[in-house]
Design a protein around this ligand. Structure first.
Ligand code: IVH
Length: 696
C-alpha cells in the first residue's frame, strides 16, 4: 500500500461519513476484496484445523492474512465484522468487564491410575438403575489451555467469556474473535437463536516456540509454557496483540442450543466438527479395559501432537444419563479427568548450596544442569533439609530424576546411585552459617538446621526487612526488594525501624544511581501511609518464628492490643488457636529479647499505630468454642471471606489441623490437610454444607 493510496483512503472515508452517501464504486471493490480474503482464510483454517489437510503452506497462509490486514489498515471503516484478523479498529479496552455465565462453568475431578478409574466407574454404576449399568463412555484429550464459553446468535459470533470463578468470567469477546480457527459465522445453524459452545483456547507447540524465539530476539519477555502464553495472550487489553498470537480454539461441549436429535456427547462433538469447529480426537469405549488402553495410547501419542495435553477426560456418553448423574459440589459425577503422571527428566546435580532464610533456617538447594521439565526450564531444586539429603543419599555429581506436577515446584524423585561417578563425597551440614559464620545447629525436635546468628546474621536481617515491607505484612509497595537490599548493603537501613528514618536521608537516596526523585517521593509516601496498620499485620510483620499470617490474626484477636501480648505468659499464649507449645515459647522469648523491644519501641515512636482490636464476643453464637480450618479452593468465595464468615458465627479459624480441630472446611483440590483430618477423624465439611451453614 503506497502513501498516496493511504491518503486517498482517508479522504474518501471522511466524505463517506459526513454524507452518509451510498457505497461508492471503489468501496464496493475493497469490500469485495476483503470478503474474498476472509472466505479464503475460513476455508484454509477449516482445512488446517478441522480436516487436518492443509492445502497451502504456512507462508502462503500468512500472506493471505497479511493482505487482509493491509487492506484493513488502509480502510479501517470498511473492516468486516466477521474478519478473523482482529483489526477491529477499536482502541484497546481500559479493563475487561465481568459477565455472568448462564450455566456455571465447573471443573473436573481427577484420577491418576486404573484403580481410581475403576472407582469412578463404580460410583457411576451406583447411581444408575439395573438397566443402565456399565454405560458407554467417551474419551477426549484433556487440552492444556484455558476454558472459554462462546455464544452465537443465529449463527453469528457474539460473545466469549473466561471461566473466571465459574459463576462470573471476563468478557474477552474481542480477543477470542481473533483466533484463527474459530468460526465467526456458522451458516449451518443460522436458525439457532442461541448456541453456547465451550472449549479450550490453547497455543499450539509450534506457535509457542516461534513466539518465544521472536521474544528472545527482540529482548522481550518469554513465556514459561504454552498454557501461560495462551493465558497472557487472552489477557491482552489490546485485541491487536491477541490477534498476533498463534492461538487455537478446540470445542468440547455444547451447553445451549444443541439440536434435540443429538443424544450422545460423541455425536455432539461430531456435529460441532460438521458446523465448523475444531475438536480433538474422540474415542467411544465400553468399560475399564478399553478406557485404560485408549488412555495409554493417547499418552504415547503426546510427542506427535501439535499441542500439549495433561491427560484425558472420560465422560459418560449418553447425555440423558449425564443429566441424571448430575454434579457433586462443583464437579460432574459423569466425567473425570484421567491425568498423565508428571513428566520426569534426568539431569546432573552439579552442586548443593546452603541458603539462609528469614528466621535463620539453613536449607540446601540443589543446583542442576538446566533441563526442560513440563514445559519450563528447571535449574534449582529444593532439597528441604539435611534429613532429605540423607534419605535420598544424594551427592554433588549424581544423576537425578526431576519431576514437576502441575504448578508444583520441582523435586528430585530418584537418585541414580548406580551411575554415581567416582570421587564424590557425602554432603555434610555446614558447621558455620555461610553468611555470618555463626554456629549452625539443628534444634531438638526440628528438621531444619539454623544459623544461631539471629539478627546478627546479615542474611536474616535482610530477609526480615523484605518480609516487613511485604504486601501481607506492612504493605509498603513503594519500597522494592531491590532497593531495600541496596539500602541494607550501604548501611542506610539496618533494622526495620530504620525504614521510617529513610525520610531523613532524602538527599542520599536521590543520589543513589538510577533511583530518581520521583521514586524517592513515592517511596516516602508509601512509608508514611503504612504507619496506619492493624495489630495483626504488625505482629505478622515482626517476623516471629512460627507466627504466620493466620497465627498473627489469632494473637491479635486473643490479646486485643500489643501490651497484653507482650506481657502474656507461655500458658496464656497457648490458649490462642493455632499456637502450640513451640510457637508459644518462641513468641514469649521474642518479646523478652532487648533488641526486639528496642525495634518495637522505635517503630511506635516513629508513628506506627493501629486501632485496638474489637474482641468479638462469641458467646451464644452457633460456632462458639469451635476451631475450624479451611483448605482447598472454594468456588463461591475466597478463603479469607470464608474465614470472616466463620468468625462471624463465633468460630476460631486456625491454619493447622490437630485433634482439637472441630471441623475442616474443604474446597476443591484439598490436599494434605484433608488427609490429616480424615486420619484424626476430624469432621469434614464441603462447600455446599458450609454455604447452608452460613445461610446461603
Ligand atoms: S469437559 C463440567 N473436556 O479441564 C466440566 N474439559 O478441570 C466439563 N478441559 O476447566 C469440562 N480439555 O478447561 C472438558 N476435553 C475436555 C477438556 C476439558 C480440557 C479443561 C477445562 C476445565 C478443566 C477441568
Amino acid at each position: 500500500m503506497t502513501n498516496t493510496d493511504n491518503n486517498s483512503a482517508k479522504t474518501t472515508t471522511a466524505t463517506a461519513k459526513t454524507n452518509a452517501a451510498p457505497v461508492r464504486h471503489d468501496d464496493a471493490d475493497i469490500i469485495a476484496q476483503m470478503r474474498q480474503l476472509i472466505n479464503a482464510l475460513r476455508i484454509h483454517n477449516n482445512a488446517y484445523y478441522v480436516l487436518d489437510e492443509p492445502q497451502i503452506s504456512d507462508n502462503e497462509y500468512d500472506q493471505l492474512r497479511l493482505s487482509l490486514i493491509e487492506l484493513e489498515e488502509a480502510y479501517p471503516d470498511l473492516i468486516q465484522p466477521d474478519s478473523p484478523t482482529g483489526q477491529i479498529g477499536d482502541s484497546p479496552l481500559a479493563a475487561f468487564s465481568q459477565l455472568p455465565h448462564d450455566i456455571p462453568m465447573l471443573s473436573l475431578g481427577n484420577v491418576f491410575n486404573q484403580d481410581d478409574l475403576a472407582d469412578f466407574m463404580r460410583r457411576v454404576n451406583d447411581r444408575l438403575n439395573a438397566a443402565q449399568q456399565n454405560p458407554e463412555y467417551e474419551i477426549e484429550m484433556k487440552l492444556d489451555g484455558l476454558a472459554v464459553s462462546i455464544k452465537y446468535e443465529y449463527g453469528k459470533y457474539v460473545q466469549a467469556i473466561t471461566r473466571g470463578d465459574g459463576q462470573v468470567g471476563e468478557d474477552i469477546t474481542q480477543n477470542v474473535k481473533t483466533i484463527n480457527n474459530l468460526p465467526l459465522v456458522l451458516d449451518a445453524v443460522a436458525d439457532i437463536a442461541l448456541l453456547e459452545v465451550r472449549g479450550e483456547v490453547l497455543m499450539p507447540k509450534a506457535g509457542f516456540e516461534r513466539l518465544n524465539r521472536q521474544a528472545e530476539e527482540s529482548g522481550g519477555k518469554t513465556f514459561a509454557n504454552p498454557r501461560n502464553a495462551a493465558a497472557g495472550s487472552l489477557r491482552q487489553l489490546d485485541p491487536n496483540i491477541a490477534a498476533s498470537r498463534p492461538l487455537a480454539f478446540y470445542a468440547y461441549s455444547v451447553n445451549q442450543g444443541l439440536p434435540e436429535t443429538i443424544s450422545r456427547q460423541s455425536d455432539a462433538l461430531a456435529w460441532l466438527k460438521e458446523i465448523g469447529f475444531t475438536v480433538s480426537a474422540v474415542q467411544v469405549v465400553k468399560g475399564l479395559t478399553e478406557a485404560q488402553s485408549y488412555y495409554e495410547s493417547v499418552n504415547d501419542s503426546r510427542p506427535e501432537l501439535p499441542f500439549e495435553i495433561d491427560g484425558t477426560v472420560i465422560k459418560v456418553n449418553n447425555l440423558d444419563l449425564q443429566s441424571q448423574l448430575g454434579f457433586l459440589s462443583r464437579e460432574p459425577r459423569w466425567a473425570t479427568a484421567y491425568k498423565f503422571p508428571a513428566e520426569t527428566v534426568m539431569t546432573t546435580l552439579n552442586s548443593i548450596e546452603w541458603q539462609v532464610g528469614r528466621t535463620g533456617q539453613i536449607t540446601p538447594v540443589g543446583k542442576l544442569e538446566p533441563v526442560q521439565v513440563g514445559g519450563v526450564t528447571v535449574s534449582n531444586v529444593t532439597l528441604h533439609n539435611f534429613g532429605e539429603i540423607q534419605r535420598l543419599d544424594v551427592r554433588a555429581g549424581d544423576t537425578v530424576s526431576v519431576h514437576r506436577a502441575g504448578d508444583v515446584i520441582p523435586k528430585i524423585s530418584r537418585v541414580w546411585h548406580e551411575m554415581r561417578p567416582e570421587g564424590t563425597t557425602p554432603v555434610v551440614l555446614p558447621k558455620a552459617c555461610p553468611v555470618c559464620e555463626s554456629p549452625v545447629v539443628i534444634p531438638e525436635g526440628e528438621a531444619l538446621a539454623r544459623c544461631t546468628g539471629e539478627l546478627f546474621c546479615p542474611a536474616q536481617q535482610q530477609e526480615a526487612l523484605i518480609h516487613f515491607v511485604s504486601r501481607r505484612a506492612m504493605d509498603i509497595d513503594g519500597v522494592g526488594e531491590r532497593w531495600l537490599i541496596s539500602f541494607f548493603e550501604q548501611g542506610i537501613v539496618k533494622t526495620v525501624a530504620d525504614i521510617y528514618r529513610l525520610k531523613d536521608h532524602q538527599d542520599e537516596l536521590v543520589n543513589i544511581e538510577k533511583l530518581g526523585e520521583k521514586s524517592v517521593t513515592n517511596m516516602l509516601t508509601a512509608i508514611e501511609a503504612s504507619k496506619k496498620t492493624t495489630l495483626s499485620r504488625f505482629i505478622y510483620a515482626l517476623g516471629i518464628r512460627g507466627v504466620g499470617e493466620s497465627t498473627a490474626q489469632n494473637l491479635a484477636q486473643q490479646f486485643g492490643d500489643l501490651p497484653a501480648l507482650e506481657a502474656a505468659t507461655i500458658e496464656k499464649l497457648q490458649e490462642t488457636p493455632d499456637v502450640g507449645d513451640i510457637t508459644a515459647e518462641q513468641v514469649y522469648n521474642f518479646f523478652r529479647a532487648q533488641h526486639n523491644i528496642d525495634v518495637i519501641q522505635a517503630l511506635i515512636a516513629a508513628g506506627v499505630h493501629w486501632d485496638k482490636v474489637e474482641q468479638v464476643a462469641t458467646e451464644g453464637l452457633p460456632l462458639d468454642g469451635q476451631t475450624w480450618v479451611i483448605t482447598g479452593t472454594l468456588s463461591s468465595m475466597s478463603r479469607d471471606e470464608a474465614k470472616v464468615r466463620l468468625q462471624a458465627l463465633g468460630a476460631k479459624v486456625s491454619g493447622s489441623i490437630s485433634a482439637k480441630t472441630s471441623a475442616l472446611l474443604a474446597g476443591e483440590k484439598a490436599g494434605s490437610k484433608l488427609t490429616k483430618a480424615e486420619k484424626l477423624e476430624v469432621k469434614v465439611v464441603d462447600e455446599a454444607e458450609f454455604l447452608a451453614l452460613i445461610g446461603e
